[in-house]
Structure formats: structure tokens, C-alpha cells
Design a protein around this ligand. Structure first.
Ligand code: SAM
Length: 276
């Protein structure tokens, strides 16, 4: 039996209207303009729509159901292998671009997940060598697929932070960018269910305190950055004070997200290396 789009949307008053519309467009494989004029919907599309609605009702993030997310200038594939790229992280990329003087030759993205930051940097700096590391083989598989899909060449590597980088990059990295895990173990229970149950915990939780991975990046980054090289990391909103201390070697400053929360630490490596 055929139903109209409006009738189908009226079946799901419990979903936000924009989400229900997006799921219907996904089921129909149509763009937004299709909904104008309240088209009739065939039974296969209606069945697909109701299936998507059931997945959303059970808490699956909309972006995983849609299978993609817009990040900066690109559409990135998103699935359970990596964290869903967030608008806050897009802001990190914008801040880093504004901070880098000219075109960097070498860019490193630590904790790359779906590859969003590394790919956005390669898009902005096409001549740069971009390296991206993640400890999760599944995340790197997704990141590589994103690179291929977008035609952007990034050297994606599995490994633990700097361990996965070629030694010859020591002292040569012009931009070090990272959105690492920064949630404390005790905070897991306070996360929304759709994050806790669907997104990889390894992507979120850093350790008992929350700043463990940031601390390692801050401690080792100075050896990898070129003189004056830029470091830019996303942080938790209660971690600004701690991060100013952790990143003291970089003459750091804190930047805020669009909601006014202190969410980024930016700094530069010293112009001259200390001689030991
Ligand atoms: C918060 S997610 C960020 C993903 C992506 N950069 C983004 O902005 O959406 C953190 C990522 O760090 C990875 N990770 C955690 N510990 C790591 C480590 N020691 N070395 C490398 N990657 C790590 C996780 O697998 C996860 O993909």
C-alpha cells in the first residue's frame, strides 16, 4: 500500500523532525527537495524507512545509519570502526590552519580515527606529506578507505602515538594535530547512551585521569616538531588548566569552541632546541 511522505513522517512523533526527514530521504535515496510536494512513497522505501527508525530508536547514532558525515570540505564515511567526527573537531582544524604560517611540508595527525583531520589537512595543504596514526587497525582501515574515496594521499599507520612515525621525521613536523581520547574512566557512565553503547570506547577513554594521552603527546611532541612548529590538540572542557601545564614547553594558549567552552590547546615548539 502506498503512503505519502507526510503520513510516514507522522508515524514517528518520537523522533526529532529533522532526523525523521533525513531517514526518509536516506530510505528513498533522494535529496531534500523531494519532500516538497509530499510525494507518494512505495512500499519498499517505507519498509526501509521503518527499519532505519527502529535502529535510531534503539540508540544507534544517526551518522552511523546514514554512513557518512560532512567534515570541513569533505564527506567522510562514518561507521562503528571509529568515532563520528564532530563539529568541535572541525573547529580544531580551522584553528590549526590559521596558526600555520604558509604551507607546512610535514603534517602529523595522532589518533586519526576515521582520518578526518589528516584528510582535511591534506585537502588544505596538497603539497604536504601527511602522516596519520591510530592504535586501532579497524579505524585505520576506515581512514584508508576514506582517503581512497576522496582521492587524498595520506600515509595512514597503525601504532601507538609517535612510535609509528618514521624516525627521519624527528624535528621535521611543521604541524602536529590531534583529537586524542580525553575522557576519564570514571566519566564513562556519565556519557550519553548513544555514545557509550555505539562508539568505540578506546576512542574516548584515555585512562584514570583523562589527560594521559594528552600528556604523552605534550611530552614527546617537542622532539618531533620543527623549530616553531605548531601543535594543536582538542581537550576536555575541564582540562584547560592542566593542559596549560602539560604543554608549557610550547608557550600554549587555550581556545574556545563555538559554545564558549575551553576545548583546544595550541602552541609552538621553541625556535631553538635546547642543547643537553
Ligand atoms: C577521540 S578519537 C578521535 C578520532 C578522530 N581524530 C576524530 O577527530 O574524530 C581518538 C582516537 O585515538 C585512538 N587512540 C587511542 N589511543 C591511542 C594511542 N595510544 N595511539 C594512537 N591512537 C590512539 C583511538 O583508537 C581513536 O580512534
Amino acid at each position: 500500500m502506498r503512503v505519502t511522505a507526510a503520513e510516514l513522517l507522522a508515524e514517528v512523533p518520537d523522533l526529532a523532525e529533522h532526523e525523521a526527514r533525513r531517514l526518509l530521504l536516506l530510505a528513498a535515496d533522494e535529496a531534500a527537495a523531494w519532500l516538497i510536494g509530499n510525494p507518494e512513497v512505495d512500499s519498499a522505501t517505507a519498509r526501509r524507512f521503518r527499519g532505519f527508525v527502529n535502529r535510531r530508536r534503539s540508540g544507534e547514532p544517526l551518522q552511523y545509519i546514514e554512513g557518512s558525515v560532512v567534515f570541513g570540505p569533505m564527506e567522510i564515511r562514518a561507521d562503528e570502526r571509529a568515532l563520528i567526527p564532530r563539529p568541535e573537531t572541525e573547529r580544531l582544524w580551522e584553528l590549526a590552519l590559521a596558526e600555520v604560517p604558509g604551507a607546512p611540508a610535514v603534517v602529523v595527525d595522532l589518533c586519526t580515527g576515521s582520518g578526518n583531520l589528516a584528510l582535511a589537512c591534506k585537502h588544505s595543504f596538497p603539497d604536504a606529506m601527511v602522516y596519520a596514526i591510530d592504535v586501532s587497525p579497524a579505524a585505520i582501515e576506515l581512514a584508508k578507505a576514506n582517503g581512497t574515496q576522496l582521492g587524498l594521499e595520506v600515509d595512514f599507520r597503525i601504532g601507538d602515538l609517535f612510535d609509528a612515525l618514521p624516525r627521519r621525521l624527528r624535528g621535521a613536523v611543521d604541524l602536529l594535530i590531534s583529537n586524542p581520547p580525553y575522557v576519564a574512566e570514571a566519566e564513562i557512565d556519565t556519557l550519553p547512551r548513544e555514545i557509550r553503547e555505539y562508539e568505540p570506547l578506546q576512542a574516548l577513554v584515555a585512562g584514570a585521569g583523562g589527560t594521559e594521552v594528552l600528556a604523552r603527546i605534550a611530552a614527546d611532541g617537542v622532539e618531533w616538531l620543527s623549530p616553531g612548529g605548531v601543535i594543536a590538540c582538542e581537550i576536555g572542557e575541564t582540562q584547560a588548566g592542566c593542559c596549560l601545564e602539560l604543554f608549557a614547553a610550547y608557550d600554549p594558549r587555550i581556545e574556545r569552541d563555538l559554545a564558549g567552552r575551553a576545548r583546544y590547546v595550541l602552541g609552538r615548539a621553541p625556535q631553538r632546541r635546547r642543547v643537553h
